[in-house]
Design a protein around this ligand. Structure first.
Ligand SMILES: *[C@@H]1O[C@H](CO)[C@@H](O)[C@H](O)[C@H]1NC(C)=O
Ligand SMILES: *[C@@H]1O[C@H](CO)[C@@H](O)[C@H](O)[C@H]1NC(C)=O
Ligand SMILES: *[C@@H]1O[C@H](CO)[C@@H](O)[C@H](O)[C@H]1NC(C)=O
Ligand SMILES: *[C@@H]1O[C@H](CO)[C@@H](O)[C@H](O)[C@H]1NC(C)=O
Ligand SMILES: *[C@@H]1O[C@H](CO)[C@@H](O)[C@H](O)[C@H]1NC(C)=O
Ligand SMILES: *[C@@H]1O[C@H](CO)[C@@H](O)[C@H](O)[C@H]1NC(C)=O
Ligand SMILES: *[C@@H]1O[C@H](CO)[C@@H](O)[C@H](O)[C@H]1NC(C)=O
Ligand SMILES: *[C@@H]1O[C@H](CO)[C@@H](O)[C@H](O)[C@H]1NC(C)=O
Length: 435
C-alpha cells in the first residue's frame, strides 16, 4: 500500500515535471498582433482608425473601427452597460459590456489619476445611478472628444477585444483576446467622428490604455504605419517582431529605422522626443538643447512655435525660389503655384535628434496639394508660447514607419518609406494558417 502510494507520488511528480517543462518550452507561433489601419477624410480633419473585433454574435465577430489616439488615457466607444445579459438581453446592433462599479479601485484610479488630463472647463463627474437589479452605482468618467476637444462622459466597463496574430509577415488565423477596462459612451458622442468610427483606441503609455492589457509573450512595442491612401490599409503591430512590407519580402523594416529616446513628460501619457535642430539645405536653426517635441495622431499638420515657424518658412521660401509662389491658403503660410500641373519637388526638412539621428521630411510629407493649382508647405504656426514647441502631425507621419518601444523607452522612425520603394499600405494581409 505504501509502495503503491509512493509510486503514485512519483508518477504524479513525473507528470507535473513534464507539464512544467512543456509550459516553459511553449513558444507561441506568433511574435505580434496585427491590426489594419484605415484613413478617413470625411471628418473635420484626416483621421485614422484601427479595425478590431468586438462581440461574438451569431457565430461571428462584429468588427469595429476606433480612432487612433496615442495621447488618450483610456479606450472609450459606442456601447451600453448590461450587468446581466441573460436576464435582460442586449438589443440588436448594440454592443453590451459589463459595468465597473463606483466602489471598485479601477473607478477611483481612472478618475483621480487622469483628472489632470481634463481640460479646464470639463465638469467634475459624480457617481452614476444604479442599473436595474444590479445594486451598485456605475462609474462615469470624463472623456475629451479628440476631434472637437469638447468634454463628455462615459461609463467605465469590463470589455473584450479580439485581434489577429502575426509573425510580422502575414496575418495568422490564430486570434488574441484582450480584456481591457474601457468606457461606454452613447452613439451621439461620435457624431463628429468619421462615418463608421465608433470609439477611441488609446495607445498611450497610460496604465489603462490598450498596450497595458496585452500580455506576454508580447513585448511592449507598438509599431504604427499610417497610410496616405483610403484604398488600402496601413498597419499597426504590437509585440517585438520583425516587420515586412511588400514588395521587399526580405527586408526587416527594423533595419531601416533610426532610434532616439522617448522623453517622459510629467503631465501626459503621450510620446515625446527631443529635437536639437532643424536643417534645410545646409542651414539649420539651433533649438538650444532639446526642444520637446510631441507626436500626435490627431493634429493634421506639424505645429511649430512662432520663432521656429518663421525661420522654417523664411528658409524654405529661399530654397524654393525657383517655384512660383501662390497666395497662402489658411492655415498655411507658404504656398506654391502648380498650374503647370507638374508635381513640385522641394529640399528635405531635417529634424536632428541627439547622437546625430535625423528624421528627413521629404516632399510627400512636407507639401500638401490643396487645389489643382495650389500646394502648400504643410506646417502651421502654433503661436509665440506654444508648449511643446513642436508637435509632429499626421501629414508628416503618413508612410513613415514608427516604433514606440515602451520596454526600452525608445522611438524608432524610418523617414519616408516611399524612398525605400514601399509604403504603409504594403503589408500582406492575406490570412495564413499558423501551425
Ligand atoms: C462614489 O461612491 C464610492 C463608493 O460608495 C465613494 O467612495 C466615492 O467617494 C463616490 N464618489 C463620488 C465622486 O461621489
Ligand atoms: C482576422 O482573423 C479572422 C479569423 O481568422 C478573419 O475572419 C479576419 O478577417 C481577420 N482580420 C483581418 C483584419 O485580417
Ligand atoms: C459605413 O457602414 C455601412 C454599413 O456597413 C456601409 O454601407 C457604408 O458604406 C460605410 N460608410 C463608410 C463611409 O465607410
Ligand atoms: C526585440 O528583438 C530584438 C531582436 O530579436 C532584440 O535585439 C531586442 O532586445 C528585443 N527587444 C525587447 C524589448 O525585448
Ligand atoms: C536631452 O534629452 C536627453 C533624453 O532624450 C537627455 O538625456 C539629455 O540630458 C537632454 N539634454 C538637455 C540639454 O536637455
Ligand atoms: C492635371 O492633371 C490631372 C490628372 O493628373 C488632369 O485631370 C487635369 O486636367 C490636369 N490639369 C491641367 C490644368 O492640366
Ligand atoms: C531592450 O530591453 C530589454 C529588456 O527589457 C533588453 O533585454 C534589450 O537588450 C534591450 N534592447 C535594446 C536594443 O536596447
Ligand atoms: C502574401 O502572403 C500569402 C500567404 O503567405 C502568399 O501566398 C502571397 O504570395 C503573398 N503575396 C505577395 C505579393 O507576396
Amino acid at each position: 500500500m505504501i509502495f503503491l502510494l509512493q509510486l503514485i507520488v512519483v508518477v504524479v511528480a513525473f507528470i507535473s515535471d513534464h507539464v512544467h517543462e512543456a509550459i516553459a518550452q511553449f513558444v507561441p507561433p506568433y511574435s505580434s498582433v496585427v491590426i489594419p489601419v484605415h484613413k478617413h477624410i470625411d471628418a473635420a480633419k484626416p483621421l485614422y482608425s484601427v479595425e478590431i473585433m468586438t462581440a461574438y454574435v451569431n457565430m461571428q465577430y462584429m468588427h469595429a473601427k476606433f480612432l487612433i489616439d496615442i495621447d488618450a488615457p483610456f479606450i472609450w466607444h459606442d456601447c451600453i452597460l448590461k450587468w446581466n445579459t441573460f436576464q435582460d438581453g442586449c438589443p440588436a446592433n448594440t454592443l453590451c459590456t459589463y459595468p465597473v462599479s463606483c466602489e471598485e479601485y479601477q473607478c477611483t484610479d481612472v478618475r483621480t489619476t487622469y483628472s489632470y488630463q481634463n481640460p479646464s472647463g470639463c465638469p467634475p463627474v459624480n457617481n452614476g445611478s444604479t442599473l436595474p437589479g444590479w445594486g451598485y452605482c456605475t462609474c462615469p468618467v470624463t472623456v475629451v472628444d479628440p476631434v472637437t476637444g469638447s468634454c463628455g462622459e462615459a461609463l467605465l466597463d469590463y470589455d473584450e477585444f479580439t485581434v489577429n496574430t502575426s509573425n510580422g509577415r502575414n496575418v495568422f488565423t490564430g486570434l488574441y483576446g484582450a480584456y481591457p477596462n474601457a468606457a461606454c459612451a452613447p452613439s451621439s458622442s461620435f457624431a463628429s467622428f468619421p462615418a463608421n468610427v465608433s470609439g477611441v483606441m488609446a495607445l498611450s503609455s497610460s496604465p489603462y490604455a490598450f498596450p497595458a492589457y496585452l500580455y506576454q509573450p508580447l513585448k511592449r512595442i507598438i509599431a504604427l504605419c499610417l497610410p496616405s491612401t483610403l484604398s488600402s490599409p496601413g498597419v499597426l503591430f504590437y509585440g517585438n517582431s520583425s516587420y515586412y512590407l511588400l514588395p521587399q519580402s526580405n527586408v526587416d523594416i527594423r533595419s531601416l529605422l533610426s532610434y532616439t529616446p522617448l522623453i517622459k513628460h510629467p503631465d501626459s501619457f503621450g510620446y515625446f522626443i527631443g529635437v536639437n535642430s532643424i536643417l534645410i539645405k545646409t542651414r539649420s536653426i539651433d533649438l538650444l538643447g532639446n526642444t520637446t517635441t510631441r507626436l500626435s495622431t490627431i493634429d493634421p499638420y506639424t505645429t511649430l512655435r512662432t520663432d521656429i515657424y518663421k525661420w522654417v518658412v523664411r528658409r524654405f521660401s529661399l530654397v524654393t525660389k525657383r517655384i512660383p509662389s501662390a497666395p497662402p491658403i489658411a492655415p498655411f503660410g507658404l504656398c506654391f503655384s502648380t498650374f503647370n500641373n507638374g508635381s513640385i519637388k522641394v529640399p528635405d526638412i531635417e529634424f536632428n535628434m541627439n547622437d546625430g539621428k535625423k528624421w528627413s521630411i521629404s516632399t510627400a510629407n512636407s507639401i500638401k496639394q490643396i487645389t489643382e493649382e495650389v500646394a502648400c508647405l504643410a506646417f502651421v504656426d502654433g503661436g509665440a508660447t506654444s508648449e511643446p514647441a513642436i508637435v509632429i502631425g499626421t501629414f508628416q507621419l503618413e508612410d513613415n514607419f514608427l516604433m514606440f518601444d515602451l520596454e526600452n523607452s525608445t522611438f524608432g522612425f524610418s523617414s519616408s518609406l516611399l524612398r525605400k520603394k514601399t509604403s504603409c499600405s504594403n503589408f500582406n494581409f492575406t490570412l495564413t494558417e499558423s501551425n
